[in-house]
Ligand binder design. Structure first.
Ligand SMILES: [Zn+2]
Length: 129
């Protein structure tokens, strides 16, 4: 998202609402500092663990949180490279991987199951789950 006056607040609001729609319930999010070369500042976005409800389990390493995706404010040099004046415009970006999202949405306890190549594993996912 790029526009005038876009801030980290917009990033948090967007991610929280987008994820709450995907999961069909209120999702808690938190940001931790992280380095990614195309954003400044950069963050790791965590969500409350959907498997244990935030109490702690092996999937979230007993932290109650699960790292979901990198995100941040678009680096001014990236905006310049795109022909956008970084003095006038700001923006945010994120890279949401489908495996983590599917893990949380469908309660897959081990993310490696999704890359196992097993049709038995993949066939358990339907639209209504
Ligand atoms: Zn958990």
């Amino acid at each position: 998202m790029v526009d005038k006056n876009i801030s980290i607040s917009n990033l948090i609001f967007f991610m929280k609402n987008m994820l709450s729609e995907v999961f069909k319930r209120d999702i808690k999010v938190r940001l931790r500092p992280g380095f990614f070369p195309f954003v400044e500042p950069g963050f790791e976005l965590d969500i409350s663990c959907a498997i244990c409800g935030g109490d702690g389990c092996p999937s979230c390493k007993n932290s109650g949180w699960l790292e979901l995706c990198p995100c941040g404010m678009i680096h001014p040099e990236v905006l310049k490279a795109g022909g956008i004046d970084p003095e006038e415009y700001t923006g945010f970006a994120f890279g949401l991987g489908l495996t983590r999202l599917a893990m949380m949405k469908y309660g897959v306890k081990d993310i490696r199951d999704l890359n196992s190549g097993s049709l038995k594993c993949l066939s358990q996912f339907t639209e209504d789950k």
